[in-house]
Design a protein around this ligand. Structure first.
Ligand SMILES: [Zn+2]
Length: 432
């Protein structure tokens, strides 16, 4: 109905409420509809800016700009100051703005979100370790891809890795929490790429770690489970390597005979292939870092078993959503585990007790065979992307995602056991 109104453009604006005025509808800016509340927020933001020192100049500037936007309803100045913040000039991450539209039945109106976080220090340490070897990493992937792909001069454009301290307002979900986000959604700053964050401390609390341990113990056999850890560091490494690998090898803007991946593979398969490239490269680089002396073998083993557990989690969500759309992460997880299963690295012991002692049938991971199997898969994925070989990509999907075989049957078992765990509700606390 609103879309048919003469003033539909105003009515469909993201930062206004719609009010019936007798003749029709009018758009009332947030700053008028909630004048007192937004003024109160602005005052708090300015008070926060006032207690920060010169070492947090960028954060101070953002707080003041955000206060201004809470009074003007023009969010661009705040967005400008926000993207100017980052791990190099602040220890903090804050986003306070009307952003996502999930909460609105029409998905037009932005909901107010507040997220306060610390920049994750370990992720910065990893970025500093990887920076000097990024050229070598690119050469490794180029060697896997082969012609026509050629190693590029790469720059790491990594997301900010953050440890959430507080999620409030529409950023706070009844259960679970957003684990990655690119903002803002509209405007000039958005067109320039905005800012992307990955939340690194979610599910690292004691309860979540116990849940993960129980899930892993229901699927791993005892010998494998003994090498498994719920230590946050094992998962963080994989996240950093995954994000770094998006910058390496054939990516979204790489073209074969003038065609980019979206054109070659089609949208959903292109997403799966890019995510598969990033995550498979992460598996490969984990062990490459051992050769470089940047990681111990024990750390690599921990990361590897966490990667398998990560893949179990994505497999458990199913390959397609309720509307039949492919889930890229589930597809990539099924391709990776399916490949490991076929190579005899991941084996199913039908008669053996799982590590929890109550489930019959469990997976064993042969870490000694892992590396060569990862190399084979990395080559297969990188070659398909590098050559723009749609058939090779479709073959992988047909074999490891859509086939009705033993592996598909085992995915049902994975889902049954993994999904027993209750969903987490996060409680946030700030300790002084
Ligand atoms: Zn990714």
């Amino acid at each position: 109905m609103l879309e048919k109104e003469k003033n539909k453009k105003d009515l469909m604006d993201h930062f206004s409420v719609v009010v019936e005025d007798g003749k029709g509808f009018k758009a009332v800016p947030y700053t008028e509809a909630w004048k007192a509340e937004m003024e109160a927020v602005a005052v708090e933001l300015e008070a926060a800016a006032a207690v920060l020192g010169d070492d947090e100049a960028a954060f101070k500037t953002y707080l003041r700009a955000a206060a201004g936007s809470f009074r003007s309803n023009d969010w661009e100045p705040a967005n400008e100051a926000w993207v100017a913040m980052g791990p190099t000039n602040s220890k903090w991450y804050l986003r306070v703005a009307p952003d996502e539209v999930y909460h609105d039945p029409c998905a037009w109106k932005a909901g107010f979100a507040l997220q306060l976080a610390r920049i994750n220090p370990e992720s910065i340490a990893w970025q500093q370790k990887l920076e000097p070897v990024k050229g070598e990493m690119e050469k490794q992937l180029a060697a896997f891809a082969g012609a026509p792909y050629k190693a590029r001069n790469v720059a790491f454009k990594l997301p900010d890795f953050i440890d959430v301290a507080l999620n409030a307002a529409d950023q706070r979900n009844p259960h679970g929490a957003t684990i990655g986000q690119s903002l803002p959604n509209w405007g000039k700053v958005s067109e320039k790429g905005g800012r992307t964050v990955v939340m690194t401390n979610l599910y690292t609390d004691a309860d979540s770690r116990q849940t993960l341990s129980d899930q892993a113990a229901s699927l791993f056999c005892r010998a494998t489970f003994e090498g498994f850890t719920t230590e946050p560091a094992a998962a963080l490494l994989s996240v950093v390597l995954h994000e770094a690998s998006h910058n390496l090898g054939p990516s979204h803007d790489y073209a074969v005979k003038g065609k980019t991946d979206d054109v070659i593979f089609g949208g959903p398969l292109a997403s799966t292939m890019e995510e598969l490239k990033a995550q498979t490269s992460a598996l490969f680089f984990t062990w490459w870092l051992v050769e470089k002396g940047l990681l111990t073998e024990a750390e690599a083993k921990h990361a590897t078993l966490r990667d398998v557990a990560w893949a179990f989690g994505h497999v458990s969500r199913g390959m397609y959503d309720s509307e039949g759309r492919a889930r890229p992460y589930s597809h990539l997880a099924s391709i990776q585990l399916g490949h490991m299963f076929k190579e005899g690295v991941l084996t199913w012991k039908a008669d053996e007790q799982a590590a929890n002692g109550s489930d019959t049938g469990c997976f064993e991971v042969d870490v000694a065979k892992w590396k060569p199997a990862v190399n084979t898969l990395t080559a297969r994925v990188l070659q398909a992307k590098g050559r723009g070989d749609r058939k090779a990509a479709e073959d992988m999907k047909a074999t490891f995602v859509d086939a009705k075989d033993t592996w598909a049957g085992l995915r049902v078992t994975i889902a049954e056991r993994w999904l027993r765990a209750p969903k987490a509700t996060f409680v946030y606390a700030v300790k002084e």
